[in-house]
Design a protein around this ligand. Structure first.
Ligand code: FAD
Ligand code: MLT
Ligand code: ZN
Length: 471
């Protein structure tokens, strides 16, 4: 074990009791490896506080003893942000026991809940009140709202409803020294000073522990129309997106893209999925409209895609005719993370670009990668409607750690340089964690990095919050 303060475990036990501690090495193991099985570390202990007061007590102890803390929600993050390092000195603070929905205010359209509530449970609570919480992603059955807030997660409905940031009104945060900031305001307007809420959203456990949040609810859509389209090139899908935005406005909720190679990977590695279209197409899109009124949605989508077919923008269209077919389309889309895990070792890029720059990026990046390694397997998919590509390069399962490290450095520089030249971002929705920490340093300006360091230093002077991540 690393250098632990002699009183640490005893004091933590006094703060959270038996039920709040996991010390057995087998029981700790699931908290020490991430979902992708890419990072494994060793914690001194896993602490599972039952509420905000216990979290504050834990943080006070860690602050006083200079003990590093890794906050963890559902442990589904894709950037290694929730995994402790190998020192054995870091405490994992798991929020799983803080899982109460505290209130739902139908007149204010808000839900207040604790950080450890599973995203799917928030969606269900909203639905039970005839409301809608739009955040939706493949991991929704196991990720927590605290993790969603800490990574400012995106997902499949950002196009219409925004990222997690846009869905949060207030936060409660335990600061690194154990003080509690009660920012649980359920207000749509609040200009009373600096926006601390937005500082903690996306801070990946490096500035404090989010313990609760006030979330914005929306009217529940009652109608849905879904289609799968095939196109010759990514440029065509960018054009289609603009056409559908103009024709459907706010009713366009999802515009997800995948290359032929991504689709082939899913068909080969996920069970019970079938090709949605008969022919072969270089690029595919899964498109969904939704509305709070029932009429005309399918006709609207059919009309828009019919025009696109006629103009030759797309090559083929399958309009979903049943709930089961819609589900089967989404099963394909949501199988991509699993398929990549099974098929090889992915060098992941989670990039954001102006939508108008996507086609040029895809052409330039592919040419540059192929010039570097001619047989490279590019798994290009993502949230085209948000300008967010998961532009991954897949290496064989038996790739050695040395080759993986060298290829990662090479591919990162190629892809991220093109992104930077287009004024894009190297981290769109998965966060920086440990995966992109050095890349962030490479691409942030001195001024921006300096501001970030000053914020970090002023909130966490003992540098105990998630050291080695993000900054
Ligand atoms: P964790 O993995 O536990 O933690 C993530 C980060 O947040 C860490 O840095 C951790 O320290 C910090 N953290 C967690 N809880 C708190 C808290 N209460 N206070 C402070 N810091 C905290 N992400 C997307 O954005 N879009 C997608 O479409 C998407 N699809 C996915 C599909 C699959 C199949 C999987 C496995 C993951 C996907 N993800 C996606 C990534 C992941 O689900 C999100 O990043 C999610 O927000 C993480 O939530 P979590 O509770 O699992 O957080
Ligand atoms: C997705 O969009 O499917 C997720 O962000 C997961 C991934 O990148 O694998
Ligand atoms: Zn994604």
């Amino acid at each position: 074990m690393g250098h632990l303060h002699p009183d640490l475990l005893q004091r933590l036990h006094a703060a959270v009791g038996d039920a709040g501690l996991v010390s057995d090495s087998q029981a700790k193991a699931p908290y020490e490896t991430d979902w992708l099985k890419k990072w494994t570390g060793r914690s001194s202990i896993v602490v599972r506080p039952a509420d905000t007061a216990q979290t504050a007590a834990v943080m006070r102890i860690c602050h006083e003893t200079h003990t590093p803390v890794v906050t963890q929600g559902g442990n589904t993050g894709m950037s290694g942000g929730a995994t402790p390092d190998g020192s054995g000195a870091q405490v994992v603070l798991s929020t799983v026991r803080m899982n109460a929905i505290r209130a739902l205010d139908p007149l204010n359209d808000t839900l207040t809940c604790e950080a450890g509530v599973l995203l799917a449970n928030i969606q269900a609570a909203a639905q039970a009140a005839d409301r809608f919480f739009p955040l939706s992603l493949g991991a929704e059955g196991s990720c927590t709202i605290g993790g969603n807030l800490a990574t400012n997660a995106g997902g499949i409905a950002v196009l219409r409803y925004g990222n997690t940031r846009e869905l949060a009104l207030g936060l409660e945060v335990v600061l690194p020294d154990g003080r509690v900031w009660d920012g649980l305001r359920a207000l749509r307007k609040d200009n009373a000073g600096y926006d601390l809420r937005d500082l903690f959203i996306g801070s990946e456990g490096t500035l404090g522990v989010i313990t609760a949040a006030v979330l914005k609810l929306h009217p529940r859509p009652v109608a849905r129309a879904t289609a799968w389209v095939g196109a010759r090139a990514i440029d065509a899908l960018v054009g289609l997106l603009a056409q559908l935005r103009a024709a459907c406005g706010e009713r366009l909720v999802a515009f997800e893209m995948m290359s032929a190679e991504s689709l082939a990977l899913i068909l080969a590695h996920v069970t019970d999925v079938r090709p949605p279209l008969a022919g072969a197409h270089a690029f595919h899109a899964l498109i969904e409209l939704a509305d709070t009124q029932g009429d005309g949605l399918a006709a609207l989508l059919e009309g828009g895609l019919g025009d696109a077919l006629e103009q030759g923008t797309v090559q083929d269209v399958a309009l979903s005719v049943s709930g089961a077919q819609t589900q089967s389309f989404w099963k394909i889309r949501e199988g991509i993370a699993q398929a990549q895990m099974r098929a090889g070792k992915a060098v992941k890029h989670d990039i954001a670009l102006p939508i108008s720059a996507i086609a040029a990026f895809a052409h330039e990046a592919e040419a540059a990668l192929r010039a570097a390694q001619p047989d490279v397997r590019i798994i290009n998919f993502g949230h085209l409607g948000d300008g967010n590509l998961h532009y991954n390069v897949l290496l064989p399962l038996d790739t050695t750690p040395e080759v993986l490290a060298a290829s990662t450095a090479q591919f990162n520089r190629i892809v991220h340089d093109i992104v930077a030249a287009a004024n894009g971002s190297i981290s769109a929705e998965h966060g920086v964690g440990q995966l992109r920490r050095d890349e962030l340093r490479h691409y942030k300006s001195e001024v921006e990095f300096d501001l970030m360091m000053r914020i970090k230093q002023s909130l966490d002077p003992n540098q105990i919050m998630n050291p080695g991540k993000l900054i």
